[in-house]
Ligand binder design. Structure first.
Ligand SMILES: Nc1ncnc2c1ncn2[C@@H]1O[C@H](COP(=O)(O)OP(=O)(O)OP(=O)(O)O)[C@@H](O)[C@H]1O
Length: 511
């Protein structure tokens, strides 16, 4: 590629960052060449995000050197990073719904630009990289993939020499992933370096020229992912191959939970209205719900969990009893568990400890007696989950917000699974979770199913849905398709249904 005399675009030497209870980065070296797409791979809590935050000036290292195009630099804050030519596209977008694309982008720029001029620059940049966006559209009308393109164009307007992407494909359809890869390859061919954080081994092998593997805050290897197999990458990362998930066909039991003609107008202008949704959930069965995000998944989960209080009494039946009017805590007390897709905020309270967070779903006689919270019980329950799910955390007293994204996800799933619910409603259970932990979470869901639990699995990962669901259906534009046994479903059929095209395509479909 580049002759040896070319200085690296970015060289990190001996970067160390210590948090009170953990060394998040321990003497890390990283070399990224101009025009190189460089993956950072590592299990949850390995220290990837911390390292990216150091490069982007969000976090200061305790020790180590950052060398940029051959010169030692200090990166005091993100503005300084952008000044050097470092751009970052975060996993969570920071766009205001009520503003247009151009207005959003103008917020990050120095004053003095006219919006019309900016719209033109955005359109130019977008066209140059095949990114289909319209600067005048309001953000609330955009799909998730379009929002990501806005973030990428925003970063590209800064003419970066290094672009950092944090798990960029977790929100994209397979087609959008390919379009993104094309953009990234074009950028790289023009000399821009790319740091690519992902848990998806197949994507890393397809896209990246180099890969730095981290484990426990340290670099454990650097490889050319094109020369590796998924199994060998996995071994580099977690020391073993992810266990295969066993999925045996078994007959489903009685209907436990039913949805009957659930129709809900949108609760706010950006919500998706639900239209005449009906389906049954059986004992000992995983019912998978496929769909591109933003098609009513969140609204459906809010209605089933009791967060949306407008649901008609008869629209939901638990063991044949109407429960549409009941509260979330009533439903929890009657054996229904929920794992929302937003981990912080809905799934956990960041400032509270993991033990205190147990109370979100374990408020019962065991944990609260005569109005007093039994702290030792909470601590031991939390400790049990930390051990069983191998959550990397400094014990039950660690604040939820101090955990890495994937570890918090494992904790929240563990918290719900250990309640042994009869009905579990779970959204995106393995988002941002490394391959080993994802396999473990799927195995736990299967074990729960085998114990008789009825599980509704809302996911955007088709592989995951096909791997562990017994039946599949699709949600599109606030409506659900009929369901059909997974062994009778094909990727092609589910893909077609995801765009809302289902009619009488399969005779086996159950309404
Ligand atoms: N602000 C913080 N305070 C305390 N500990 C932290 C903080 N941020 C990160 N950590 C700890 O540093 C370690 C590395 O976390 P980091 O978020 O960098 O991991 P990661 O590799 O990005 O993980 P994931 O794949 O789950 O996102 C973890 O043990 C985490 O708990």
């Amino acid at each position: 590629m580049e002759p040896d005399s070319t200085p690296a675009r970015l060289a990190l030497r001996g970067i160390t960052k210590q948090y009170p209870t953990v060394v998040a980065n321990d003497n890390v070296d990283l070399t990224v060449m101009p025009g190189e797409i460089h993956a950072i791979l590592g299990e949850n809590g390995a220290g990837k995000s911390t390292l990216m935050k150091i490069i982007y000036g969000v976090t200061r290292p305790d020790a180590g050197r950052i060398v940029w195009n051959g010169d030692d630099v200090r990166i005091a804050n993100p503005a300084a990073a952008r000044q050097l030519g470092i751009g970052m596209v975060f996993q969570h977008f920071s766009l205001f719904d009520t503003l247009t694309v151009a207005e959003n982008i103008s917020l990050g720029l120095p004053a003095g630009h006219s919006i019309a001029e900016l719209e033109q620059r955005i359109a130019q940049k977008a066209a140059q990289y095949g990114l289909d966006i319209e600067p005048q559209r309001h953000v609330h009308t955009l799909s998730v993939g379009e929002c990501q393109r806005v973030e990428i164009v925003r970063a590209l307007l800064g003419e970066p020499q290094l672009l950092i992407l944090d798990e960029p494909t977790s929100v994209l359809t397979p087609q959008a992933v390919q379009a993104l890869f094309q953009t990234l390859r074009q950028l790289a061919s023009e000399g821009c370096s790319i740091l690519y954080i992902s848990h998806k081994l197949d994507e890393i092998r397809e896209l990246c020229h180099a890969c730095t593997v981290m484990r426990g805050g340290r670099v454990t290897g650097v490889c050319d992912p094109r020369q590796e197999s998924e199994a060998s990458l996995s071994r580099l990362m977690i020391g073993s191959e992810p266990p295969a998930v066993r999925h045996a066909d078994r007959p489903a039991g009685e209907v436990v939970f039913s949805v009957r003609g659930l129709t809900l107008p949108r609760a706010h202008p950006f919500a998706v209205p639900l239209e005449n949704i009906s389906f049954d959930m059986h004992e000992g069965e995983i019912l998978g719900v496929a769909g591109v995000s933003g098609n009513g998944q969140q609204e459906l989960l809010a209605a089933l969990a009791g967060e949306d209080r407008r649901v008609a009494r008869d629209a939901l039946l638990l063991d044949g009893r109407p429960v549409g009017h009941t509260s979330p805590s009533w439903r929890r007390n009657h054996g229904v568990g929920f794992v929302p897709e937003e981990r912080l905020g809905r799934g956990a309270v960041p400032d509270l400890s993991l033990a205190q967070n147990m109370l979100l779903s374990h408020q019962n006689r065991q944990t609260v007696r005569r109005g007093f919270v039994r702290r030792p019980v909470l601590r031991s329950l939390a400790g049990g989950i930390i051990d069983r799910f191998r959550v990397k955390a400094h014990g039950p007293q660690a604040a939820a917000g101090s955990l890495s994204g994937g570890n918090l996800q494992k904790y929240i799933i563990g918290r719900e699974v250990t309640r042994r619910p009869r009905v579990l409603l779970v959204a995106q259970p393995t988002w941002g979770v490394d391959v080993g932990a994802a396999a473990q979470i799927r195995a736990e869901l299967l074990a729960l199913r085998d114990a008789g639990c009825s599980i509704l699995l809302i996911s955007e990962e088709l592989d995951e849905l096909f791997e562990i669901s017994d039946r599949l259906m699709v949600i599109a534009k606030g409506r659900v398709s009929p369901s059909l046994p997974t062994r009778e479903a094909s990727l092609d059929l589910i893909g077609r249904w995801m765009s809302g095209l289902w009619t009488t395509e399969t005779p086996h479909a159950e309404a």
